[in-house]
Design a protein around this ligand. Structure first.
Ligand SMILES: Nc1ncnc2c1ncn2[C@@H]1O[C@H](COP(=O)(O)OP(=O)(O)OP(=O)(O)O)[C@@H](O)[C@H]1O
Length: 761
């Protein structure tokens, strides 16, 4: 298969321009239609509950449709297939139909099954396709056509990587990087397409080296799944997890450009509502917090908060003192624990037991007091000694009084406090003795010491899965939350009544001729509508609710996650419908995965399927030759993916010596010719370099961890030997750093060139 320009390209261009213009006219018409419908729906008032519901549905539907129609403006149509049968099909970002004709498709959505040959057909297996044409546009103008004739004679001259639409692909790859990822919908390759369209259910693991399109594939898969399984996924949403917020910003525009908004992009550190993880852990602390053993440590930390007195607990009540002895408390604790309910829920059982015990004691005392000084009266026949003077009602009153007494509650709280995950974790990490008690022999003294920190420290990303674990162990007694919600709803209704009153009284606003506001809206509906106006997408609602479960979970850079991160994510996706993409050779996190099987077996045993990506679209061959040396140090059995292209620019290296980094960077910015440049360095050098380097919006200064998943036209790796020495996974980190460039790579070493880099350049 080889790209083939038609000799009469100009004529073809004009023909395609006509068709593309027709598609844009159709798009405009659809927009106008949706806009009219939206305006109509918004203007509709009141009516039956059914009419209101219909109006709300119409408002949402047409708003979404309008957003979708705007998002496909650039590159609306990018492909054409000519079949042996003489049929022709156009492929683009969404489906457009000829409503005046037979509802014939004018443009096929790239996700529709009929569009598949555009990505899969090869000369060896043409699927009835004679010619595949890539149509390149700039705004609404057709600027280039790349044709492939799918016949075997041409295939002999083909590229051995089996690329589809090679000219269009290479043009896409040669583009300057802007700092934001673009979609690849026009040039998806066959091995990528198979992953994108893989079935929804079960766990799909996508392993691929740097630049093989894992992130691109993951995002296009999200768009494909939402299109194909809209009913199933629209309400629960799709969660896409990335390694850090720089990365999320980098990929943030891809799904909107594909017309999809029902996706929540998040890091694990952002998945505990109400907590912003802005602190940082040491590498060791993050590793310890990520271990599975923390499950038991936390369970014991909760159990440690369920106390009994050494001897007797004195409880002040009604000018006297009641006593709770150890045995009574132990019995109450055993009963509460036996419920196997979370701490805050089981607390009710514990408290009830002890209130009973206290009530009995208080009633007994009261009876004794009542009888004090009263002469003994002989018993009547049938009367038994010790008959109670207080009846059940009196006893219930005493119990209620005990339950309302702050002192009594404080005493019970000292034994079994109501706890939030935040409070427990702060207490645990803030007190070495608590940590020692909870950890037992599971952590060494040094490991425990790495976790201890002042109680007011900021939350870190590695705290979040611990908070999530604790939320499960503690349970949420949501009585107060429910009451607050009801109160809010009452207030909103009252506010709406007020608004309606004001509008009704204001003759200037409400013309006699026009229906009065209260004629068409009652307060409840008004309040409800106010709420609806701020109605959130599934993704937004999910972001506020820890217990939200998603229809599908996609994890990028999945190798970086710790066992505790996985526990949190598995809770968010009980259906286990997930796509995990990553590269175990790029694992940098100390708690990260070195094998997919090991990571997944606690959740799905061996019920997961593996797909691999083998072609590197980002990094030119010259740079990959160099990076292969670093990879060999990670594991000599690993092979780097084959690069799709050469840049003709050999990577260079030099000692830092007295050279000015500022000047080197300025030179690279010039060489990047308007493109982006990154300086990647050991984290410890960041602060000093921030001062030293020139200000330029095309320049990024990053530690390797933050550079995960990103790419730049030019990359300067500073102090590779420090990157390698800086962590037990230093070679992995260096491999990541060396594979971020799309065109130019320079290495500036401080002491000596690293072995695999010697002789390079
Ligand atoms: N089929 C394709 N057509 C055009 N560009 C592509 C294609 N596949 C991948 N790319 C481009 O290649 C680059 C690398 O892709 P991506 O970032 O998804 O790779 P990755 O496997 O996630 O890399 P890493 O593991 O190094 O983060 C991106 O610029 C992406 O747009």
């Amino acid at each position: 298969m080889s790209p083939e320009r038609e000799p009469d390209n100009a004529g073809d261009l004009a023909g395609e321009q006509d068709y593309v213009s027709l598609l844009y006219r159709k798009l405009d018409a659809e927009r106008e239609f949706a806009q009219r419908r939206l305006t109509g729906a918004l203007g509709q008032a009141g009516g039956t509950p059914q009419a209101r519901t219909e109006r709300d549905v119409a408002t949402t539907t047409y708003s979404e449709r309008l957003a979708q129609l705007s998002s496909v403006e650039q590159g609306l149509c990018f492909g054409r297939l000519d079949f042996d049968s003489g049929e022709t099909t156009y492929v683009g970002r969404l489906g457009l139909f000829d409503e005046d004709g037979d509802y014939e498709p004018l443009l096929l959505d790239w996700r529709a099954p009929a569009a598949r040959p555009f990505y899969l057909a090869t000369a060896a297996s043409p699927e009835g396709v004679r010619r595949r044409r890539h149509i390149r546009t700039l705004s609404r103008r057709v600027v280039a056509l790349d044709d492939e004739i799918l016949d075997l004679r041409a295939a002999d001259q083909g590229h051995d990587l089996g690329l589809a639409g090679e000219a269009a692909l290479l043009a896409a790859l040669e583009r300057r990087r802007t700092g934001e990822m673009s979609d690849i919908v026009a040039t998806i390759q066959a091995e990528q397409d198979r992953i994108i369209r893989d079935e929804l259910s079960g766990v799909l693991v996508v392993q691929g080296g740097p630049g093989t399109g894992k992130t691109a594939v993951a995002l296009h898969r999200a768009a494909y799944l939402l299109y194909t399984y809209r009913q199933q996924l629209a309400t629960r949403g799709v969660l896409v997890v990335g390694p850090n917020s720089t990365f999320l910003r980098y990929i943030g525009q891809v799904l909107p450009s594909l017309g999809e908004t029902g996706v929540l992009l998040s890091t694990v550190g952002q998945l505990f509502p109400g907590v912003r993880a802005t602190g940082a852990d040491t590498r060791e602390a993050a590793e310890v917090k990520g271990r599975r053993t923390m499950i038991e440590v936390l369970a014991d930390a909760v159990a440690d908060r369920q106390q009994v007195p050494d001897d007797v607990l004195e409880v002040e009540f009604d000018d006297g003192v009641l006593e709770l002895d150890r045995a009574t408390c132990e019995q109450a604790r055993a009963r509460a624990r036996a419920t196997l309910r979370p701490h805050n829920v089981a607390r009710r059982v514990f408290v009830d037991q002890l209130l009973d015990a206290l009530a009995e004691q208080a009633s007994g005392r009261l009876e004794v007091d009542l009888f004090e000084g009263v002469p003994e009266i002989p018993l009547d026949e049938g009367e038994t000694a010790g008959a109670e003077v207080l009846d059940a009602g009196d006893r219930a009153d005493i119990r209620a009084e005990l339950a309302a007494s702050d002192k009594v509650l404080a005493a019970l709280d000292s034994l079994w406090p109501r706890l939030t995950p935040q409070r427990l974790l702060r207490d645990l990490l803030g007190a070495p003795e608590r940590l020692k008690s909870a950890a037992g022999g599971r952590l060494t003294e040094a490991e425990r010491a790495s976790l201890v920190r002042p109680p007011k420290s900021r939350w870190t990303p590695a705290d979040v899965p611990l908070l999530d674990e604790l939320a499960e162990l503690l349970g949420e007694d949501d009585t107060e939350e429910r009451a607050a919600r009801e109160r809010r709803e009452r207030e909103e209704r009252a506010y709406a009544e007020g608004v309606l009153d004001i509008l009704d009284q204001d003759e200037e606003i409400v013309d006699e001729e026009i229906l009065r506001v209260s004629d068409i809206l009652d307060a409840e509906l008004f309040a409800e509508r106010q709420q609806r106006r701020s109605e959130l997408t599934a993704a937004e609602r999910a972001a506020r609710d820890r217990r939200w479960t998603f229809g599908h979970l996609i994890v990028d850079e999945a190798q970086e996650l710790s066992p505790m991160d996985w526990r949190l994510l598995m809770r968010r996706c009980p259906s286990r419908s997930m796509t995990l993409v990553g590269d175990v050779a790029q694992t940098g996190a100390a708690a990260g995965a070195s094998s997919w099987g090991e990571m997944l077996s606690p959740y799905v045993e061996d019920r997961w399927r593996l797909r691999e990506l083998t072609v590197n679209y980002r990094t030119p061959a010259e740079i990959m030759d160099l990076a292969a040396g670093a990879l060999a140090n990670v594991d000599p059995r690993l092979r780097a993916p084959a690069s799709v292209r050469e840049s003709g620019i050999p990577p260079w290296q030099r000692p830092l010596g007295d050279a000015s980094l500022r000047e080197i960077v300025a030179g690279e910015l010039r060489a990047a010719d308007g493109g982006t440049v990154a300086v990647l360095c050991p984290a410890g050098r960041l602060a000093a370099l921030r001062e030293e380097l020139p200000e330029d919006e095309r320049l990024s200064l990053l530690g390797v961890e933050e550079a995960k998943g990103l790419e730049f036209d030019g990359v300067l790796v500073l102090a590779p030997e420090e990157i390698v020495a800086g962590s037990p996974r230093g070679w992995n980190d260096l491999y990541v750093a060396l594979t971020r460039a799309t065109r130019r790579l320079g290495v500036v070493y401080t002491e000596h060139a690293l072995e695999p880099l010697v002789g390079a350049g």
